[in-house]
Design a protein around this ligand. Sequence first.
Ligand code: NCD
Ligand code: ZN
Length: 438
Amino acid sequence: MSALEPPTLLLRRVRPYGEGDPVDVLVRDGLVAAIGPDAGADLPGEAEIHDLGGAVLLPGFVDLHTHLREPGREDTETVASGSAAAARGGYTAVFAMANTQPPQDNQTVTDSVWRIGRSVGLCDIHPVGAVTVGLKGEQLTEMGQMASGEAGVRIFSDDGMCVYDPLVMRRALEYSAGLGVLIAQHAEEPRLTKGAVAHEGPTAARLGLTGWPRSAEESIVARDAILARDAGARVHICHASTTGTVELLKWAKAQGISITAEVTPHHLLLDDTRLETYDGVYRVNPPLREAHDTLALRDALVSGVIDCVATDHAPHAAQEKCCEFAAARPGMLGLETALPIVAALLVESGEMTWRDLARVMSARPAEIAGLTDQGRPIAVGEPANLAAVEPDSPWTVVGEELASLSANTPYEGMTFAARVVGTVYRGRMTHRDGEVLA
Ligand code: NCD
Ligand code: ZN
């Protein structure tokens, strides 16, 4: 067996989608080769056997929104460390946002990130291309070049910054429709968020923090839905965070507008009362909102108004987070805690099945990105990108123990019942019980 050929794997005692009795799954040549009690018959001697003890088997997760910080801030995350975090989180494909230093606004950078991802080999790393040069919101990038390069860039975003100028956004959407690529918008009207560090509401008022009103997000969501309609383009809304955004998405989808949206685990779980301690770990864009927003976001994910979960994994160095609240960089880690949070909020509560969770964490994000070999059903002949989850294996989050080079998790000390215990990427086990396998 050459180093390039994936080994034959037998996953013993797994429950696809958490349904029915445990079965065995045979993985050969990177594909699911057999499922059932006899899947392991005629196993070659060199096969790897992993007894997963009845774990739920899901398609590997796909993250449309990750920050990997390479190039430029390799002290906080690299493609390699972020890939390890992804593997531990059950992810087999992640989209690496363009706000690196230098930004991913040209083919040289997007192809280089792509190649590093390939050589690390723990999951598919898809660089996102910037919409505008330097993420400045002024001049469109050469999207076509990035799309036709080695990386085959299919999502473009200035995330971290909003494409705020309506004329630039209109042109970007028109151009993207012609190229068959997707624009993902960080919806934040900058004129409404000058100096803002927290959600505008009673908590920020009491704590003396400058507020980021919901209207800063919602006005851009409404505008971009209309621009996408008129351009005949698709648009994707990053990290939806408000009740009003949910209403606008509902409206836009009812009009037949090609709009999709993601929500982060932290906007589903946490609200702005966390800011009481002034701990910079809770600073994030868009900010943690109020309890009714978290409930509306959960309902929207269950009903499909919000299409998928994306982590917005945003590593930052300790000195950038452990400082006065307003000086802390916005962003929090997400890859290694996404599954346990979504499982706790929506599966353990009975609002979703594991199959529903597979839709919002794997199938739907893969569809939105146009990936054909990710987010696939667990079936014979399909690519073996898989995540094994123990639903009731409580663990406590410790930032320093995460694979990420940064430790800015808002879940420090929190205990979750569900745990990712194994990840299979292109037919290879990339992670087992917390250990990342090269
Ligand atoms: C992100 C980052 O750190 O790059 N920060 C954040 O608060 N979410 C940028 C972004 O996703 O907007
Ligand atoms: Zn953003």
